[in-house]
Design a protein around this ligand. Structure first.
Ligand SMILES: CCCCCCCCCC(=O)SCCNC(=O)CCNC(=O)[C@H](O)C(C)(C)COP(=O)(O)OP(=O)(O)OC[C@H]1O[C@@H](n2cnc3c(N)ncnc32)[C@H](O)[C@@H]1OP(=O)(O)O
Length: 231
């Protein structure tokens, strides 16, 4: 597959509607990248959990190994530079996202699916590297994931907006290492203003809910309305 074919296949909102099922359609196809960078990020997520979640007697050998790897990647990689708004939604852009980016080991990642009513859902578990209070997910991580889910709900409804106001109600601690479910939907649009809302459950327990106001930037073109805006 060429890089441009890979780019087209990975754009938000290009999933095949014929694949709709009770499980929803993947909003961001999670195909392996031919380069192996998805796999590299997956291994780095393992490392991230091991480093944050364990104590060691001596990791100096590991430091040397990781430093060599970082030196190697620095030497052979072509940096992806931050771009302007015109690049929203491309794989180069989304891949680095801290919530959904397949290339970004910081992302859990969210793997959102969309339903015919444009509700967006993501199921995931978060490990100790996302810990805030003991045994619980950090509130800032919850906010990050809500912001992303609301943006994805907007994209699923063919609109884009910058987050102008994000309100979160934390109802119950969000447990680590437990199945979590985010659900988000767009509520209404008035001119450039877009309202969306979302919930986060652990089983039947409502952990948090969010309401966001988004404002469509001036100059957005029709084909960009199903692409993400990321902060
Ligand atoms: C598919 C994947 C999707 C992935 C989604 C990822 C989600 C991540 C989203 C983000 O993180 S975005 C990054 C964080 N947000 C920002 O950096 C936004 C910074 N703020 C701005 O850029 C501007 O303030 C903004 C674009 C929000 C608004 O500026 P504008 O000059 O375009 O709007 P303007 O001031 O003309 O206001 C337009 C309307 O919105 C209203 N408005 C603007 N900001 C508001 C606010 N903060 N609260 C309430 N209302 C607000 C404003 O009153 C007005 O209402 P009316 O039309 O009724 O008069």
């Amino acid at each position: 597959m060429t890089a441009s074919n890979e780019a087209e296949q990975n754009q938000v909102g290009t999933a095949d509607p014929a694949a709709a099922s009770s499980e929803g359609i993947p909003l961001l196809p999670q195909d392996e990248t031919p380069s192996g960078s998805t796999e590299l990020a997956r291994e780095l997520r393992r490392l991230r959990g091991l480093v944050a979640g364990s104590v060691y007697e001596d990791v100096h050998d590991a430091v040397r190994t990781v430093r060599e790897l970082a030196d190697h990647l620095e030497a052979v990689g072509k940096p992806v530079r931050p771009k302007d708004y015109g690049t929203w939604g491309t794989p180069e852009h989304i891949g680095a996202n801290p919530a959904i980016g397949q290339r970004n080991p910081v992302s859990p990642p969210l793997e959102p699916v969309v339903f015919p009513d444009a509700t967006v859902r993501a199921d995931l578990e978060l490990g100790i590297e996302y810990q805030g209070p003991p045994g619980c997910v950090h509130g800032g991580i919850v906010a990050l994931l809500f912001d992303e889910m609301l943006g994805l709900a907007n994209a699923a409804s063919k609109s884009v907006g910058m987050t102008a106001d994000l309100r979160i109600t934390y109802s119950s601690p969000t447990p680590l290492y437990a199945p979590l479910r985010f659900e988000a939907r767009q509520d209404r649009v008035e001119g450039r203003k877009i309202w969306a809302s979302a919930t986060l459950h652990a089983g039947n327990t409502l952990c948090a809910s969010a309401e966001g106001l988004f404002v469509e930037p001036c100059g957005i073109r029709d084909h960009e309305r199903s692409r993400p805006i990321e902060g």
